[in-house]
Write a protein that binds this ligand. Structure first.
Ligand code: ADP
Ligand code: MG
Length: 232
């Protein structure tokens, strides 16, 4: 089964003699082509959830399936491949490498995985052009606006053709107009390329672009009924 399925995932951190429960039996299913939003206060466990799905950290208990793979059962080598090939991360600040051009931000990751080709190069150009950056390919990050930098980050997340997109507050550093543009773009790409995507956001106005909304509180994930589905 493709997409993301989490069943009763718990994550505890040990801090000296005390234990912090960052996630408490969180369950969520996101199918290919769907964008789910998670809203909730700071410290409620949102980033922990994304880090577990992206296999950056291991849960204390529970089951994580991504694109039909049981993430908990992967070997260290399989995990490295999994992170590279199945997961695209978009973060709050775009985390672009300051001394690489827009095009190289995409191409370089691929070179590191040892398989850069002419087709990859063309795919990078096509992707950046589709995301409105066709005339910015040779620009450096400092020559771009905040919205453009996030569009590079989205292109970079899509470049390896992962099955999953994880966005952690991708609009936090953008003004309202750019925020709408960026989330619209994420939603459109998720549909078009049939990704399973989760976006953490503080911005209620972004929920209209999402297929599901969850509220996170004290590590518990609660599905929210959306206004639009009440009206329907
Ligand atoms: N590496 C860590 N070690 C100890 N505690 C952590 C660690 N990472 C996160 N936490 C704690 O887990 C809880 C959830 O954090 P986080 O997932 O970052 O929340 P959010 O993204 O919703 O702000 C918080 O209480 C945070 O302090
Ligand atoms: Mg966070």
């Amino acid at each position: 089964m493709s997409g993301i399925q989490l069943q009763q995932v718990t994550k505890q951190y040990r801090e000296g003699s005390s234990i912090i429960t960052a996630l408490q039996e969180a369950s969520i299913t996101v199918n290919s082509g769907e964008l789910a939003a998670i809203v909730g206060p700071s410290g409620s466990g949102k980033s922990t959830l994304l880090s577990i799905i992206g296999a950056l950290i291991k849960p204390t208990s529970g089951n994580v399936m991504v694109n039909g793979q049981d993430v908990g059962a992967l070997s260290p080598k399989q995990l490295a491949n999994f992170r590279l090939n199945e997961i695209g991360f978009i973060l709050q600040s775009s985390n672009l490498i300051p001394y690489l051009s827009v095009l190289d931000q995409l191409i370089l990751i691929n070179k590191m995985s040892g398989k850069s080709s002419k087709q990859d190069h063309q795919f990078a150009i096509n992707l950046l052009t589709e995301l409105g950056l066709g005339n910015k390919l040779t620009k450096m990050p400092h020559e771009l606006s905040g919205g453009e930098r996030q569009r590079v980050a989205i292109s970079r997340a899509l470049f390896n053709q992962p099955s999953v997109i994880l966005a952690d507050e991708p609009t936090a550093s953008l003004d309202s107009k750019r925020a709408h543009e960026v989330v619209k773009l994420i939603a459109a790409e998720v549909k078009k390329r049939q990704k399973a995507a989760i976006m953490v956001t503080h911005d209620q106005r972004m929920l209209t672009y999402c297929d599901h909304v969850y509220h996170m509180e004290d590590g518990k994930l609660i599905p929210k009924v959306m206004q639009s589905s009440i009206i329907k």
